[in-house]
Design a protein. Structure first.
Length: 407
């Protein structure tokens, strides 16, 4: 009798065996488990690991993640990482899954006692070619707009391996109803990992004052940066031959200087071919209609990081914050150049619009005006990175290609 025949026989008798031989109750005894915001979070190496997080309306007794590949089922204990914010207790759990097989199609579910969820897909990465979905600011007054943009993008790009939000995920970081609306608008987060970037709106409380971004830091268990004072504020991960660096542009005391030191060490320790930076606040400063005193130039974030990007050989920089799409081409030493990083301001994926900017001399392409929402894809291969910008209806409006100089 083969292992598969044996397991099928056990299923027929009402017993389900896990990979380690633990006896389970008969399948018919399971009831439906309701969880919220079931999500995959990016890890340092998504080809061999994944973080699963979820919430529940009431505390769970002893939740586990069951992970299945072929006839093998693993059980991974979920850690209680509940937190209080916005005068509410968020019952939340997280499970880190390691030792995954690259390029494998798993499925997983949450089990708590005799209750279980449905199965959900989990596919690990493999090779150097992949596609990522990229969303700019998604903050909204009506998150139905975000849901429309996000779902249109995912439906047209079902082969995307993970998705990114380049900050200002919500309009108010303490408002739990906005976080719920954002999760509701991206239901595919249970199928592909999420890559969050902290924006300034994640740091606001209900009184619109800057505070520690409690909800953001608790909701997304991103890879560790090993910096205790700023754990989860910034991080990096690898996918194929691309080293992704997620920076933080918020003015917390000591953050920028600490981050610069971390960035240099992080990049120097990487042997990947491509280096891509994600940061929220844009690197350029724009003139504003009706404010002649504001000058065109380089923003504070640009002054902080662009020289370091030049030094470290960054290939691509994706920013947000200004709610407009602008392709600047390559910039080096604050000037247009044939080398240096390609800089793209990613646009808007929500309903908060700022039609106030006067074009910058470094802008090479500006989205058609008046602007609508947009999203981007990044397709990586051995030879190039291709960034495409789309309107929600799938019409491509811009394309940029990053290549390496010939040896």
């Amino acid at each position: 009798m083969t292992r598969r025949e044996f397991l099928m026989a056990m299923l027929g008798s009402g017993l389900l065996l896990t990979a380690c031989g633990t006896e389970r109750e008969p399948v018919d005894n399971f009831s439906k488990l309701e969880v919220k915001n079931l999500r995959q979070i990016i890890t340092a190496d998504p080809s061999t690991s994944r973080t699963i997080m979820f919430q529940a309306d009431e505390p769970l007794s002893d939740p586990i993640i069951e992970l299945q590949l072929d006839d093998t089922i693993r059980s991974i204990k979920a850690v209680d990482c509940s937190f209080d914010d916005d005068e509410h207790t968020h019952h939340q759990y997280s499970a880190r899954i390691d030792n995954l097989k690259a390029g494998a199609a798993y499925k997983y579910r949450v089990v708590d006692g005799s209750a279980r969820t449905d199965w959900h897909a989990l596919k690990t990465a493999d090779g150097n070619s992949f596609k990522a979905l990229i969303f700019p600011d998604s903050q909204c007054a009506d998150y139905g707009v975000w849901a429309s943009v996000a779902m249109a993008a995912y439906e047209k790009n079902p082969d995307a391996e993970f998705f990114i939000n380049v900050g200002d995920i919500v309009d108010n970081g303490e408002d739990r109803t906005q976080w719920q609306a954002w999760f509701d608008g991206a239901p595919f987060i249970d199928r592909i990992p999420f890559v969050p970037v902290m924006g300034n709106h994640e740091t606001y409380n209900r009184q619109w004052e800057v505070r520690e971004p409690v909800a953001y830091l608790k909701l997304f268990d991103v890879p560790s940066n090993n910096i205790a004072a700023f754990e989860r504020y910034y991080y990096s991960f690898d996918r194929g031959d691309v080293h992704w660096i997620v920076l933080n542009t918020e003015p917390f005391a000591g953050l920028i200087d600490e981050q610069k030191s971390w960035l240099r060490a992080d990049v120097e320790a990487s042997d990947r071919k491509w280096r891509v930076v994600l940061l929220h606040r844009d690197v350029l400063q724009y003139r504003i209609i009706g404010r002649p005193e504001r000058q065109e130039g380089i923003s504070e974030s640009g002054q902080d990081f662009m020289p370091l990007f030049d030094e470290l050989g960054i290939d691509l920089v994706l920013s947000a914050h200004l709610h407009t799409y602008r392709n600047r081409g390559r910039i080096f030493n604050f000037e247009r150049s044939e080398h240096g990083a390609l800089y793209i301001l990613t646009g808007l994926a929500g309903d908060v619009r700022y039609p106030i900017w006067i074009d910058h001399e470094l802008d090479e392409y500006v989205a058609p005006q008046p602007e609508t929402d947009n999203y981007l894809t990044l397709e990586a291969s051995d030879d190039e990175l291709v960034v495409k910008c789309y309107l929600p209806d799938g019409r491509e409006i811009d394309r940029a290609v990053v290549t390496k100089p010939s040896e």
